[in-house]
Unconditional design. Sequence first.
Length: 275
Amino acid sequence: MHYVGVKSVTEFRGRAGLPGVDMTKPSTARIYDVLLGGKDNFEVDRAAAQVAIEASPDVPRAARENRAFLGRAVRFAIRAGIRQFIDLGTGLPTQGHVHEVAHALAPDARVVYIDNDPIVLTHARALLPAAETTAVVQADVREPESVLSHPTVRARIDFDLPVAVLMVAVLQFATDTETEKAVSAFREAIVPGSYLIVSHTTTEGHPEVGEQARQAWNDTETKIQSRTRAQVQALFDGFDLIEPGVVWVPQWRPDNPMSARTGTRWMYAGVGRRR
């Protein structure tokens, strides 16, 4: 693993003055990294993650299931003929990232990663392959015009052709107004035959501890939002939902049917095809 201008991960973590980085506050991306068992996080992130884990020990499993859903959805899109992907709120690079999954089936697939976290961008730019098929952009899903008009996005993505837009575990950090704005903007920007891929946190599966688990994100800049299945399904207005519809993450076209029966109930997932 190589970090541009940094000799080690320890040096990267200890470097002061990274623009826009407050190492005294937990980051949503780094909390997720903790839950996935990653090492690119700080003590403040681990403490925040522990709050969620103490509320429900299966939260890390839910994060892994969400990562597995991303892989299944990308493979589905590739097999449906999609060769362009926009991954919004990509998070810290980890195994099974979109370009890795896509290129295993279609080496010519183009992937643009979007995130607003400076540390995510630093990691991604250091680790992504130097190729015309991948790019990373600092922008915010809550400001969709900043994504859609970005020159790197316009250079990599042909909006006259179908594209898969991934909003995987990201809309939960947006208000209702911001969410509607983001989904509407991308729905209007993509052509019929494109796909919207969504996963979203909910407390419906754990009403007894859901609010306690959400406290893990209380000190982040973007508080986590719980939404109901009906609210997640409403995000697919203008799309035809792919079977099995909006379901618990491990139930969306599982590789192993057993995982659908025994999986967690922390996140909904769905894939829709633009009409």
